[in-house]
Ligand binder design. Sequence first.
Ligand code: NDP
Length: 330
Amino acid sequence: DKEPVTILVTGAAGQIGYALVPMIARGMMLGPNQPVILHMLETEPGFEALKGVKMELIDAAFPLLKGVVATTDVVEACKDVNIAVMVAGIPRKEGMERKDVMSKNVSIYKAQASALEQHAAADCKVLVVANPANTNALILKEFAPSIPEKNITCLTRLDHNRALGQISEKLNVHVSDVKNVIIWGNHSSTQYPDVNHATVALSNGQKPVRELVADDYWLNNEFITTVQQRGGAIIKARKLSSALSAASAACDHIHDWVLGTPKGTWVSMGVYSDGSYGIQPGLIYSFPVTCDKGEWSIVEGLKIDELSREKLDKTAQELIEEKTLAYSCI
Ligand code: NDP
């Protein structure tokens, strides 16, 4: 029997957490043969609800689930974790200043970074979901200097999947036949969903999305804004923010990172910039990546046209501003 992998989910009684933990326990994150132990962290006010989530996990009798810890103690939560999914955060509410939200998140991520650094497994992989996801990941990196920067990432896979979904709907093809869209930059409305390298598998081979859609106006305008504003559209419809799709994307992110991307396919991940595509080193920026043997690498050498260049830089600029704001809160 395989050794179980220990996975931390922070904010586990929240909306995304509640959707995510059963997916992990069913093998959607690490595959159907990998036993898991769940560590769930909550605040004091969230703890009663978390106890309920633990009861439900027990009641679901998941064969792969070898243990569940529900706690408000960040040290206990981080102990020996191999994978950390950071969902907990303070959302921006009406009337709150950006700086106030940032400063609350900085203090949460500082504390969690230190606990991970001291108590998690040495090769722990970290995925930050909570907004502002890229900048929270940067803070975490700053306060966990012994965790390799390659191990700290943020979620833009939901945006990536949304882009695949929009193309599949437009062309009336199955979503699994669409690939290689890219989300560049920040997980925010300045992100750039790019289809210039995306293809669809047809019976006569791979065809470029641009050629099949044959409507540059739609691709350069409505498609981009639909993906950028999808989160808002879901809040309007559901009166709650997206949760099942965010949880599913978090599983996809870790799944592909650990188990690899299929040959010829890339995915989008927020990762530490090494200066690729002229993006300032030291930002957590979403790039196209392939994964192999538990390591991601940025897909290099893609042609960037003028319109794209502008959009890549605009979202980088927003991240530079967020970084400055975050550092002023430390
Ligand atoms: P959600 O589970 O809906 O969201 C959690 C975080 O994920 C938010 O910051 C949210 O940002 C972010 N997020 C990123 N991508 C998406 C997306 N596509 N759709 C929706 N959200 C996204 O929030 P809840 O308030 O339900 O749950 C948060 C939980 O965290 C609470 O139970 C709270 O008690 C807990 N918490 C725990 C802490 C700890 O363990 N120390 C500290 C702070 C909170 P946004 O909605 O702003 O876009």
